[in-house]
Write a protein that binds this ligand. Structure first.
Ligand SMILES: [Cu+2]
Length: 502
């Protein structure tokens, strides 16, 4: 392609923007005219949404994108449209990985069922919406709430709509959205839409992109979503405190025209961590490390709901991490999966990689896909072992291997019923904890009785339950393994046959 041709295309593209009707097809604009977009990218850093927002300003009655002095980045000048790299076709990363349609197209609000299969948020909720003049309207408040992490542990947290984690916001590429946020805290707040491309003034960083929302005030955030993906939202005012108290949630944008079949099950999980000292009712967001309450969608195992799938289902699991200080490697038993998406967009099919454990760093999302081809109850958990224990004390003395019988006998004179715990590890401690008097409002080491023995796990643990037959996706209970397929005591005949001497 010659420079002259490109210049012509650029001019056409400029005309298209001004005339408000396509002079080029989407293919021409994105493929042949990519340089125009790329050039604008170099010149303005936010070309795509900028042009889109300006283009649509007249369609969104309440959006005054042309006013104010801070909009220069939103209105690329004619010269900038050509850019320094005018000869090259460089699609922006979002065109490539996170757009299924031309971001300039005008779309009706995307509807569940017709335009997307709604996500499933175990233990969670999806934020309802209504439509007013073609705009999807969402409403949230920020408030204090007594939240149950698992039976036996509650704490006063801060949640969007009183939920830990916040409700999942679900939208479709091209949707015009408006989100009302009412602050019912006694302190200022703001909401950052993490990973989404939007005008600077909608980015939610208190003091930087907006005035903070005072107690009692209601703010509105509004923009046109021009890409798809798995994103998050969280407070961006006094973030350490407010995120630490629970102000987090997931934000899912479905592609307008998916390039791949929709999954049968589309799960959403958000990872978080709190420090709740046994006997207290408020998380301490100020600690640097040693978080003792590790959550998936705000719950600790055994309080986590399982992810239920039918054998053969294509399962997507979208995972975000808004923990304060910890990255979490999420491991799925028995099912190898593909990492198909990051918060930056879809990984093209040929570039995906297989895993059984995916690291989800703080501030990241990862989407994985698997075929649920193995019936059973499969543990799915963070593989940091301290993150699969409930409220474990990290400063307790190490008594592993200690002969504690004499000590226990002497101590019983002073403290009746005393028993040194941990000499053989922590597994038994979890079971004992069920029958012992524990500090009020605490679940130290707590696990749960399983079908075959006590399950000494807690925290960031859930189950992928796969069944051959299902009439609903409700929890089907424990798996009944076919006879002869469960590990059990080796018989004498086994030992003799295989020459095993004990
Ligand atoms: Cu972890």
């Amino acid at each position: 392609m010659t420079k002259k041709n490109m210049t012509t295309k650029n001019n056409d593209l400029t005309k298209h923007k001004k005339a408000d009707k396509p002079a080029l097809t989407r293919r021409e604009a994105l493929g042949l005219g990519g340089a125009a977009i790329a050039g604008a990218a170099i010149a303005t850093t936010l070309p795509a949404s900028a042009q889109k927002m300006e283009h649509r300003g007249s369609n969104m009655g309440t959006m005054k994108m042309d006013s104010g002095g801070g909009q220069s980045a939103m209105k690329p000048k004619k010269a900038a449209m050509r850019g320094k790299a005018g000869e090259y076709t460089i699609p922006t990363s979002n065109d490539f990985y996170a757009r299924s349609v031309d971001q300039w197209d005008d779309w009706e609000p995307g509807m569940p069922g017709r335009d997307y299969t709604p996500v499933v948020s175990p233990n969670g909720q999806t934020l309802p919406f209504k439509i007013v003049d073609g705009v999807k309207i969402f409403q949230m408040d920020v408030r204090e709430v007594m939240h149950e992490f698992a039976p036996g542990l509650k704490a006063i947290c801060w949640g969007y709509n009183g939920l830990i984690a916040g409700p999942v916001i679900e939208a479709v590429e091209g949707d015009k959205i408006r989100i009302y946020v009412t602050n019912r805290l006694n302190t200022k707040t703001s909401v950052h839409w993490h990973g989404l491309i939007l005008p600077s003034g909608m980015d939610g960083v208190g003091g930087l992109s907006q005035r903070k929302i005072n107690p009692g005030e209601t703010f509105k955030y509004e923009w046109t979503i021009n890409h798809h993906g798995t994103f998050m939202y969280h407070s961006h005012t006094d973030t350490m405190t407010q995120e630490g108290m629970g102000l987090t949630g997931m934000f899912i944008v479905h592609p307008r025209k998916p390039k791949e079949p929709r999954p049968d099950r589309d799960f959403v999980l958000i990872m978080h961590e709190f420090d709740i000292k046994p006997g207290t009712y408020r998380p301490d967001p100020n600690v640097f490390s040693g978080y003792n309450t590790l959550t998936l969608n705000g719950r600790c195992f055994p309080g986590t709901a399982p992810l239920v799938a039918k054998q053969g289902d294509k399962v997507r699991i979208r995972v975000g991490n808004l923990s304060a200080m910890d990255h979490h490697p999420l491991h799925v038993h028995v099912h190898a999966f593909q990492v198909v998406e990051t918060d930056g967009g879809i990984i093209p099919p040929g570039q995906r990689w297989p895993e059984t454990t995916v690291l989800v760093s703080v501030g990241q999302t990862r989407s994985i896909e698997l075929i649920a081809d193995n019936p059973g109850d499969w543990a799915m958990h963070c593989h940091m072992t301290h993150h699969t224990m409930n409220q474990m004390g990290h400063d307790i003395p190490n008594v592993l291997g200690m002969d504690h019988q004499k000590l226990d006998w002497k101590m019983n004179n002073i403290v009746p019923g005393y028993m040194t715990m941990g000499a053989n590890g922590m597994g038994d401690m979890a079971k004992h904890a069920e029958h012992m008097e524990m500090p009020e409002n605490s679940i130290p080491m707590m696990g749960t009785p399983g079908p075959l023995d006590y399950i000494a796990m807690g925290g960031m643990v859930t189950m992928l339950k796969v069944r051959e037959e299902l009439t609903s996706y409700d929890d089907p209970g424990w798996y009944n393994a076919p006879e002869g397929t469960t590990a059990t005591t080796a018989t004498k005949a086994d030992l003799r046959r295989d020459g095993i001497k004990i």
